[in-house]
Design a protein around this ligand. Structure first.
Ligand code: SF4
Length: 556
């Protein structure tokens, strides 16, 4: 199939891109009815069965970019509540200390508590109403490359069994030959990753670093957290060696979104981010908010923390990269949706010009990079360019660097703070106390009491995750010998811990080295990408499963 533009990923960035492109084409066609442009050959590929189903975030929306995209959007968008109150607490094991003033980056008055997946669903309706086709249940499985030119995208094959053999319902993927391919796959996009590797787009950049947010949605007794109330916490249950923090947001009807973001650069391979969230809920302050309530949804997603120095080149020969796929997230404000939307709009403006001139060369598409550089995306990210790296030596050093960066416009002690990939900070078991030491409460699987805390499988059940069982594994371990021969001894098989969905299991096998063999349950996968990011040997590759499979987020 021939396409003018293919947008891979129907999240906020991809939908904003599609909508802005439709707006520009409509405006052009109104001005030039004699030379109209068509929207017919612009496609959005979305791997979930329904638009928005795989989208998960806290979420707080800074409305800046939406006001540019759709002035007055507040009147019709699904917004849960305007932020009316915020507080930041530092937690110790049994106490809490409220910061006397909320640090400016965490002031959220004027922002909105939203459910990202409902918001994106609404954006998707706008995109379809504007005449752009969204192919749901179709993943971009491969880039069609011709040298450094991205000539299109191949979608996933349907109806392939777990032995890679065609089933009765086999349908090969489509080759969408596109003038421009726009990658909006979210964090650690599989096509983006392949492109970055192929074209060495990370050369001269800081390595991207990530966190994983594990989230539960709760229904609580009335009066606990007001709609629009925002609480952030630092400290417990993490120690000063780990990076991360929690959010608690109030929505109408006594719904509370709470979650914990754990930096994927922690030292102890036994740490389990899902357990971190369970431990957080045990804190007396949090437990009191949830007492008598009910957990109704669960999910997890990774997010890019690396900041401006880790952003790859954003455009090249017939391709552009948007939003979380490009690492456009402000980790100090814990916000990226507004940046994703803005990047989608700027990419759309560039794609529109290219359609007009019939020129999608690297030179033409470099206008996208120039637009981002001249926009408030760069202004916002430039101020926090060294933020996350400042925490590489622990929490207190990080606070000191943050203070210095605050008074030097983001510079701090050096013009550019270096960084290292998070998985490289994982330490072998031999270098750690056998009982976990200060991290003892964070290691190993959470057991759960079934009321306040939950084991992983119970949580997972609330994500609605479903995949076709008889299909090839979409988690590719390039060398499973490493798992049995080295990883089990050196790191204690951390995939069992960092995966928030119980996909990885080391099972007993007397024939295997060290008596253990890796076994996978890919149908549990919530597509968070943590394994692709945090595996200490970097031998796991996440690829999209057959389109339609994955979590079924609702209200997340
Ligand atoms: Fe996340 Fe990987 Fe586990 Fe899937 S298998 S839920 S991508 S860590």
């Amino acid at each position: 199939m021939e396409a003018d533009a293919v947008i891979v990923g129907g999240g906020p960035a991809g939908m904003a891109c599609a909508l802005r492109l439709a707006q520009l084409i409509d405006e052009h066609n109104a001005r030039h009815p004699d030379a109209p442009l068509s929207k017919e050959n612009i496609y959005v590929l979305e791997k979930s069965r329904e638009i928005g189903q795989h989208c998960l975030s806290g979420a707080l929306l800074d409305p800046r970019s939406m006001r540019e995209l759709l002035p007055g959007f507040e009147k019709e968008a699904p917004l849960d509540a305007e932020v009316s109150r915020e507080a930041v607490y530092y937690l110790t094991k049994n106490s809490k200390f409220k910061l006397p003033i909320t640090p400016p980056p965490l002031r959220d008055h004027g922002n909105y508590v939203i459910s990202l997946n409902r918001f994106v669903k609404w954006m998707g309706e706008k995109v379809e109403a504007a005449g752009i086709t969204v192919f749901t249940g179709f993943a971009g499985s491969e880039l069609l490359l011709e040298g450094d030119r991205v000539a299109g995208v191949r979608t996933d094959d349907k109806g392939v069994d777990k032995h890679n053999q065609p089933k009765g319902n086999f349908e090969p993927g489509y080759d969408l030959k596109a003038k421009v391919v726009i990658l909006a796959e979210g964090t650690r996009g599989s096509l983006t990753k392949a492109l970055v590797e192929r074209l060495h787009l990370d050369r001269g950049r800081n390595p991207q670093v990530y966190g994983v947010g594990v989230k539960e949605l709760w229904e609580v007794p009335a009066g606990r957290v007001a709609p629009g109330e925002v609480i952030y916490t630092l400290g417990y249950p993490l120690t000063t060696r780990e990076y991360g923090g929690a959010w608690i947001y109030g929505s109408p009807n006594n719904i509370v979104s709470l979650g914990f973001v754990t930096g994927l650069d922690y030292p102890d391979p036994r740490l389990d981010p899902q357990r971190v969230l369970q431990q957080f809920k045990r804190h007396p302050f949090v437990a009191a908010l949830l007492e008598g309530g009910k957990m109704i949804r669960y999910g997890a997603k990774s997010l890019p923390y690396g900041g401006w120095w880790a952003v790859p080149p954003l455009a090249g020969h017939c391709w552009m990269i948007l939003g979380d796929s490009a690492g456009l997230l402000n980790s100090q404000r814990l916000k990226g949706i507004h940046l994703a939307i803005k990047s989608g709009m700027l990419a759309a403006e560039t794609a529109f010009e290219c359609m007009l001139k019939n020129d999608c060369t690297a030179a033409a598409l470099s206008a996208y990079q120039a637009r981002v550089d001249a926009s408030w995306i760069k202004t916002e990210l430039w101020k926090v360019r060294n933020f996350h790296q400042g925490f590489e030596h622990g929490f207190w050093a990080g606070l000191l660097h943050t203070g210095l960066q605050q008074v030097t416009g983001g510079r701090g002690l050096r013009a550019r703070y270096a960084g290292q990939p998070g998985y490289k900070r994982m330490r072998p078991l031999a270098a750690l106390p056998a009982d976990g030491g200060a991290d003892a409460h964070l290691i190993g699987p959470a057991k759960g009491d079934g009321k306040l805390t939950f084991d992983k499988l119970t949580d997972l059940y609330h994500s609605g995750t479903r995949h076709e069982e008889d299909q090839p594994s979409h988690l590719i371990i390039h060398d499973t010998n490493l798992c049995s021969q080295r990883c089990v001894v050196e790191f204690g098989s951390p995939c069992q811990n960092f995966c928030p969905a119980n996909v990885y299991e080391m099972v007993d096998d007397s024939a295997a080295p060290n008596g253990k063999r890796i076994s996978l349950n890919p149908s549990n996968c919530v597509h968070c990408k943590t394994c692709d990011i945090m595996d200490p040997y970097q031998v796991i590759t996440w690829v999209p499963p057959e389109g339609g499979g994955g979590p079924n987020y609702d209200g997340m």
